[in-house]
Design a protein around this ligand. Structure first.
Ligand code: HEC
Length: 165
């Protein structure tokens, strides 16, 4: 039997561990990066709902387009408890109205909910908010987000909107 101890084999043995640690490092950086930015490409996810809150005095004022990833969509459709990794994105724009036609104006912010059962103080969801440039906004996830979701959507796992065709 021919032993694989020639130059390519030795090179692979030397390089493999460092390649692996480079990969692990890259993965760690990618995960950290995700926390500091809205989910990449969420606009190509399923678009689950649009809502216009025209009243400027309403804290939810804005033109909301909501998106779900595949993990969230499965539960949104059939009901039950959301699995870790489910993500909801609420992309908020200003509301523009001309002759009774409401259209999204300038981007206002991106709100994100990521299912993670470890986030116990906020009902098992990580709440995030990003400004139009995609930079994290300073929020108190309990007071600014969860308390309202808890009051209004406790029965549906703190998720307000329902599936509709
Ligand atoms: C005053 C109450 C209130 C507050 C405060 C609030 N939300 Fe919501 N949120 C809602 C309502 C109501 C909806 C559903 C709107 C609809 O049906 O279109 C919603 C929808 C969402 C959705 C889509 C998933 C769902 O529940 O339907 C996300 C994501 C979201 N909010 C994130 C946030 C984040 C992040 C914060 C804090 C920065 C926040 N929300 C603060 C009331 C609130």
């Amino acid at each position: 039997m021919k032993k694989r101890n020639g130059f390519p084999g030795r090179l692979a043995r030397i390089l493999a561990p460092s390649f692996l640690s480079a990969l692990i490092l890259l993965a760690a950086v990618a995960v950290a990066g995700e926390e500091g930015a809205p989910p990449k490409d969420f606009r190509s996810w399923a678009h689950s709902k649009s809502t216009v809150v025209a009243d400027k005095a309403n804290p939810l004022h804005g033109f909301h387009n909501q998106y779900v990833n595949e993990v969230a969509l499965a539960t949104l459709r059939k009901g039950g408890e959301y699995k870790d990794g489910a993500i909801f994105v609420d992309s908020v724009n200003a509301v523009e109205e001309k002759n009774g036609i409401y259209v999204p104006g300038a981007k206002a912010k991106t709100l994100v909910m990521i299912r993670n059962r470890k986030a116990e103080t906020t009902g098992g969801w990580v709440f995030q908010a990003f400004d139009p440039a995609g930079k994290p906004m300073k929020i108190d996830p309990v007071k600014d987000c969860f308390e309202c979701h808890q009051t209004g959507a406790k029965e549906s796992g703190f998720v307000f909107h329902k599936y509709s065709e």
